[in-house]
Design a protein around this ligand. Structure first.
Ligand code: ADP
Length: 462
């Protein structure tokens, strides 16, 4: 293949990842339509799950809380001391969940989790605890926020039944049970002075932690995850959550409810989302083809694999690389960080790209090949950020947040947002298309330690 034709081909591939202004507006409108549907009834394309969190913090909250996070390969236990001025102190331990417990009984799994909480308290808190009143006397009960990143049917701030396991877990007898109760029972058996006060989705936790620590007066109205997966939560007017029975006393006098959108599954029927042949191929490699279609175009789990598919096709056509390599031909072998690192290289000879492709793909490159890779990466990464911006814009149009607030704060957690060069600027391009001038009112910032601090804050408001 000639030099110019490889670059032309790369440009034409990259162009297939373009999303026009009209398309971004259509995406935002469809998102708003599905938001409305999901708030009306259960079983809709976007789940719009009420979190039972009915307020967002303003930074003056105080106290010491426990938080645990079960979301994947690790179980984290932390204590969070909120200083009441937007700052906090956090102590954390992390343990790997033994594979056998991921597929065993609920008793085995939850007693393991309770033991880790016990160890944490003994190691980090007991001394302080005895000063405060004594562990044995149980005078001080720690409120605990439980971040549980699996699908649950939440029925109150501290109860929710497990719908199904994901991410390699398969503890059959826990399905249909209240996961907070399962944890509380095991904590009680160990006589720990801990009350499971809140069941927290990580995106809700992100919103809460950002709202606590965000500078200035503005409350945070949207929390976003852009990491392995993607999801968003936002503060909705309680009256708009039509599907929710509001007769419960806990909801009396409340005006807002934080909603977990589960936007990873936005537009699974592909009415407005853009697609390419490489997206379709990646979808077929997943255990859930046809589901999580928004997430599969946006989040870190997928961007590396989309890139690998494109490069493999170019190699197979004889248009790039002099040989194949195991990473090139093995599904899921490219981490999304490769895209960030390629984007960051602005040298004329793309020297960093050269060493990245050598180490991550085990392949030598010509300058033209590196230029082609860069053009393709820019297309894949830009589309991710534009799509994320379009749905965030959809939320702000739906809530009329820009009309009623001088500053609209958005908290984001996740390596894709944090480390991808220029990601926020690209998100803002889509926000401008959707919101016009109001984009200037939007402030976007990182929510640090979202899951721990967010869970603590949910336990506090519970
Ligand atoms: P998690 O979402 O699992 O809690 P992270 O927020 O760290 O954790 O996200 C992990 C995802 O981010 C992975 O899919 C990984 O490929 C991707 N990732 C890690 N580093 C970077 C980076 N520098 N740029 C872009 N994506 C990254």
């Amino acid at each position: 293949m000639t030099t110019s034709s490889l670059l032309e081909e790369a440009a034409s591939i990259s162009k297939q990842f373009d999303v026009s202004k009209d398309r971004l507006i259509a995406i935002s409108n469809e998102f708003i339509r599905l938001t409305d549907l999901g708030l009306k009834s259960d079983g809709m394309p976007m789940a719009m799950i009420p979190s039972f969190v009915t307020g967002v913090p303003n930074g003056t909250e105080k106290g010491t809380f426990l938080a645990v996070d079960l979301g994947g390969t690790n179980f984290r236990v932390c204590s969070i001391h909120l200083n009441g001025d937007g700052t906090f102190d956090l102590l954390q331990t992390k343990s790997v969940i033994p594979r056998s417990l991921m597929v065993g009984t609920s008793k085995e799994l939850f007693s393991f989790l309770a033991k880790k909480v016990d160890e944490f308290i003994k190691t980090h808190l007991d001394e302080k605890f005895n000063e405060e009143g004594g562990h044995a006397a149980n005078e001080h009960i720690y409120k605990l926020g439980f971040t549980f990143s699996f699908p649950v049917n939440q029925t109150a701030i501290n109860s929710g039944t497990l719908i199904r396991w994901t991410k390699g877990f398969d503890v059959a007898d826990a399905v249909g049970k209240d996961v907070c109760q399962l944890l509380q029972d095991e904590l009680n058996l160990l006589k720990l002075p801990v009350h499971v006060a809140a069941l927290v989705n990580d995106t809700v936790g992100t919103l809460m932690s950002r709202s606590y620590s965000s500078p200035g007066e503005a409350a945070t109205l949207v929390g976003v995850i852009l990491g392995t997966g993607t999801n968003g939560a936002y503060a909705e007017s309680l009256a708009a959550v039509e599907k929710l029975d509001k007769s419960a006393s806990a909801l009396a006098d409340k005006s807002i409810m934080v909603i977990n959108t589960e936007w990873g599954s936005f537009d699974n029927n592909m009415k407005v989302l853009p697609t390419t042949t490489w997206d379709d191929a990646v979808d077929l490699e997943t255990p859930n083809p046809g589901y999580q279609m928004f997430e599969k175009r946006v989040s870190g789990m997928f961007l590396g694999e989309i890139l690998r598919r494109i490069l493999l096709e170019l190699y197979e056509k004889g248009h790039m690389f002099s040989k194949a390599s195991t990473p090139l031909t093995t599904a899921w072998s490219l981490d999304t960080s490769i895209l960030s690192r390629v984007e960051a290289d602005t040298t004329p000879d793309l020297v960093a790209v050269k060493s990245i492709v050598e180490t991550d793909l085990g392949l030598p490159t010509t300058l033209i090949e590196r230029q082609a890779i860069k053009v393709i990466v820019e297309g894949v990464g830009k589309r991710s950020a534009l799509l994320a911006g379009a749905v965030i814009g959809g939320i702000l149009v739906h809530t009329k947040a820009c009309q009623s607030n001088p500053v609209v704060d958005i908290g984001v957690d996740g390596s894709v947002f944090e480390f991808y060069p220029g990601y926020e600027d690209l998100m803002r391009e889509a926000l401008k298309d959707v919101l016009g001038e109001n984009e200037k009112k939007v402030r976007i910032g990182i929510a640090k330690d979202g899951s721990g601090v967010g869970a603590a804050l949910c336990a506090l408001v519970a």
